[in-house]
Design a protein around this ligand. Sequence first.
Ligand SMILES: CC(C)(COP(=O)(O)OP(=O)(O)OC[C@H]1O[C@@H](n2cnc3c(N)ncnc32)[C@H](O)[C@@H]1OP(=O)(O)O)[C@@H](O)C(=O)NCCC(=O)NCCS
Length: 159
Amino acid sequence: MDNFTVDFMTLKDLNSIFPILSTDFDDFWNYNTLKSELDKPDSFVLVAKEDSKIVGFADIWKAVDIMHLMDIVVAKDYRQKHIGSLLMKKVINLCTEKNIYELTLEVRQNNIPAINLYKKFGFKEIGIRKNYYGANNNAIIMTLYIDKNFKEELLSEKN
Ligand SMILES: CC(C)(COP(=O)(O)OP(=O)(O)OC[C@H]1O[C@@H](n2cnc3c(N)ncnc32)[C@H](O)[C@@H]1OP(=O)(O)O)[C@@H](O)C(=O)NCCC(=O)NCCS
């Protein structure tokens, strides 16, 4: 993972992936939604790069003492290379930097890659939101209670 870096997304970063956002990543969020996230004081968008090429991003939103993972996505050609894990480590780091120890999210119940990523980091299924993504398309609510003393162990264990 030496040549991969994670930093806060800039508008320049976002503009550079605008033409490929829906084709190379996924179509959950569009350009305008992401752009508005960059402007919100309680939202944080992290971007993973291989050298200068953007290969993934994660968006989290701080709601008082809880962080919500709004989206995490890796470019299709770069999946299963541990970039999602790298982003997740940085998301967890950011939570602890902000003294937040609860990270929660919704995920489609059939999104096995994402659910496995979350389970790898210790997220637990805490509930279901029925028809959250439309008819017969439920969301699983998953939450990670970050152990204040677990951080270093977590970071050294995950690749
Ligand atoms: C979910 C996603 C971000 C994972 O990113 P990634 O870089 O491929 O993930 P990693 O390589 O770090 O894999 C982490 C773990 O996820 C699981 N995983 C990843 N891809 C998987 C797949 N295709 N099938 C099953 N499990 C998978 C594995 O358990 C893996 O752990 P391991 O490598 O130790 O075995 C990526 O698949 C993606 O962008 N999906 C589309 C967007 C999306 O659905 N985001 C979630 C919104 S809630």
